[in-house]
Design a protein around this ligand. Structure first.
Ligand code: PMP
Length: 662
């Protein structure tokens, strides 16, 4: 839908008059325009129908253009003259921004410019914690602010513009009205109001409509028409893609022949909106981190509040409430025994820090020959050097950086599926390695239960329990990388809970901030921290953005959402829906395996898939999935619902049936 959202700085500021006049000016300029209302309250009942007042004003201004009468302009109408949330509540109904947006789109179908006139100001409640801002964000139209030139208007106009921008909305400009007649002595004040609003908001004054008793159509329209030339042009669609292709490196791509990318305009809840307006159901949670969905209002609120206070301050010699609060919450949630937190700026960096902790731990104990890490094949721990050295040696980047990477010790892939009985045979090689080489080993590092980017395998909790036992027997540390699995993804808060195992060092990241920004943490036991710090020892790591207050504040809010919602039930439900919708893929040709654990659904193909081909197919079918290797998988936000999950599954089935993976 193309057009503008028109909001007021308050009720009774002349918004309807300004809307009607703008509509008339647009029609006079040859546009197929219409003005609509999402909600109208104060509608008297006549002949069994509710009569909305504002459209009668639109009608008065546009009679010549709508000779058969003004079209239906309101999505919802209510009798009481009060706030929409209250009117809806009194009628026993609810107002949902998504439904209102869909209603407006239906009413606006066939018009090239739609003016959506809100009710009152931008923070007017719709009920259930939603406001008119939610509807504005959903429609994502440039916003015109109507402000009545009176005492207090500067304050109201500046607050409105600031709030709109803070919610990611484009402010097209301000239309000033003069609802009351000017008094003899206040012309200077009104002039200054206009000047001050323009200067301080940086938003253009689109029109200044004087006080016109009786609101004569031609005169008011003439003033409003001045706005047309000052309105911003519609955003270019797909602008910048050429530059992107020629100059910007995307993950794991060639600079010369990159895979195609889709430009995103916004993301909200479970939906990603592309620049051309297409909406995709998100099955990736942005590489598994946006667990609460995109633009969660509590995360946005936390970010905004912290941004206003202090986006960043160095962590050397300084500390702050966001870090203290977050670390306290993390230790409360984490498995028992973890007592110290090191904040890092990404998952990979947290793995580096964990590895360094293990090495410093052994050095502090005088076991300087223990310099290697033990891990299993099929793992993934990040793209920095230490992390790469423990990634799968065949799938990973070992061959590219073989001169640089430390040589670690690898056992075979844990060949003991999560859902099958445990076969002790799969652990023999691990035991043998420890019998022969434990003197070289500082720590075991693994992803507990789910090997993610290394192959999306789910292995048996008994394997993890045995690793813990082996670590204890041989006096080495157990590092668990829960960067992908932490915060509920597998159905437990931490995947190590499946085995009842507590690590010595735990890495978390990804979902820590609910996918809002980058942050990771390394949690260590008292023993690890005390040993490293004995005799004046210090832990040698300290990135510039360590403990970034903005990220910490958002992470704290994200953990708060986890605590206050029944994420276990959500993840359990998603697990059921994934089984339901991905399960039938088993019958399709070329499919090697289908497996589901928690909010992770995996279709493993027999051969590597055609990533660009599949991606195009998925986008054309309205879903966002990003396969890799032989795997087509989904790790959606926990808030995804059954029909959405069904659409992910249907898209995967259709893609395989259409052979889009070949
Ligand atoms: N460990 C695991 C288990 C991961 O899945 C990832 C990211 N996919 C990382 C580490 C690296 O995290 P980041 O991309 O934030 O550096």
């Amino acid at each position: 839908m193309n057009g503008y959202f028109i909001t007021g700085t308050d009720t009774d500021v002349g918004k309807t008059l300004a809307t009607a006049a703008l509509l008339r000016a647009l029609l006079d300029a040859g546009r197929r325009a219409v003005a609509l209302k999402p909600v109208q309250t104060g509608c008297p009942e006549r002949d069994g129908r509710l009569v909305a007042e504002d459209p009668t004003v639109y009608s008065r201004f546009t009679e010549e253009y709508f000779p058969g009468g003004y079209p239906e302009a309101c999505c919802r109408k209510f009798v009481p003259a009060c706030s929409p949330h209250l009117a809806a509540e009194m009628a026993g109904e609810t107002l949902d921004p998504d439904e209102l947006a869909a209603g407006l789109e239906a009413l606006g179908h066939g018009y090239d410019t739609v003016l959506v006139e809100g009710a009152g100001g931008c923070a007017v409640p719709l009920g259930n914690g939603r406001t008119m801002l939610d509807l504005m964000q959903r429609l994502d139209l440039p916003v015109i602010v109507v402000a009545d030139n009176r005492l207090g208007v500067v304050n109201h106009a500046l607050m409105t513009v600031e709030t709109l921008r803070g919610h990611g909305l484009d402010v097209a400009g301000v239309v000033m009205t003069n609802a009351t007649p000017p008094t003899e002595g206040d012309a200077w004040l009104r002039r200054d109001n206009v000047k001050t609003i323009a200067e301080m908001s940086g938003a253009p004054i689109l029109a200044d409509i004087p006080h016109l008793p009786g609101a004569p159509v031609a005169e008011v329209t003439a003033h409003a028409a001045r706005a047309l030339d000052r309105l911003p042009q519609p955003r270019p669609v797909d602008g910048g893609l050429d530059f992107d292709r020629d100059h910007i490196w995307h993950p794991y791509t060639s600079a010369l022949e990159p895979l195609p990318v889709n430009k995103v305009r916004s993301a909200r809840g479970t939906r990603i909106v592309l620049d051309d307006g297409r909406e995709l159901i998100d099955g990736m949670a942005s590489w598994w981190c946006a667990i609460h969905g995109y633009a969660h209002p509590e995360l946005t609120r936390a970010a905004r509040a912290q941004l206003g206070r202090m986006p960043h301050v160095m962590f050397g010699g300084l500390t702050h409430d966001p870090a203290i609060g977050l670390c306290r919450d993390l230790l409360d949630m984490a498995p028992d025994g973890l007592e110290h937190v090191f904040l890092a700026d990404s998952g990979s960096v947290s793995v580096e820090a964990a590895i360094k902790m293990a090495l410093q731990y052994m050095q502090a104990r005088g076991q300087t020959e223990r310099t290697r890490l033990f891990t299993v094949r099929g793992g993934y721990h990040g793209d920095t050097c230490g992390a790469m050295s423990v990634c799968d040696p065949d799938n990973g980047m070992h061959h590219l950086f073989s001169g640089l990477l430390p040589k670690q010790i690898f056992a075979p892939v844990p060949d003991c599926p999560f859902h099958a009985p445990f076969d002790p045979e799969c652990f023999r090689e691990t035991e043998r390695i420890f019998r022969e080489r434990s003197g070289e080993i500082a720590a075991i590092i693994v992803e507990p239960i789910v090997q993610g980017a290394g192959g999306m395998r789910f292995y048996h909790p008994e394997y993890l329990r045995r690793l813990r036992r082996l670590a204890d027997e041989h006096d080495v540390l157990l590092i668990l990388d829960e960067i992908a699995t932490g915060f509920g993804r597998t159905g437990k808060l931490f995947a190590c809970e499946w085995g009842g195992v507590t690590p010595d060092i735990l890495c978390v990241g990804k979902a820590l901030t609910g996918g809002t920004m980058t942050l990771a943490a390394v949690l260590a036991t008292g023993d690890v921290a005390r040993t490293i710090s004995a005799d004046g020892g210090v832990f040698m790591h300290g990135p510039t953005f360590m403990g970034n207050p903005l990220a910490c504040a958002v992470a704290r809010a994200s953990l708060g959402i986890l605590r206050s919602t029944d994420w276990r039930a959500q993840v359990h439900a998603v697990e059921g829906w994934l089984k339901e919708s991905f399960g039938p893929c088993r019958e399709l040709p070329g499919v090697a395996d289908v497996r589901v654990l928690g909010a992770i659904g995996v279709v493993e193909m027999e051969n590597p898939v055609n990533v660009p081909g599949l991606q195009r197919f998925f986008v054309d079918h309205g879903v966002w999935l990003r396969p890799f290797g032989r795997l087509i998988y989904a790790m959606p936000p926990y808030i995804i619902n059954r029909p959405e999950t069904a659409r992910l599954g249907a898209a995967v089935r259709d893609a395989i049936t259409a052979r889009a993976h070949l």
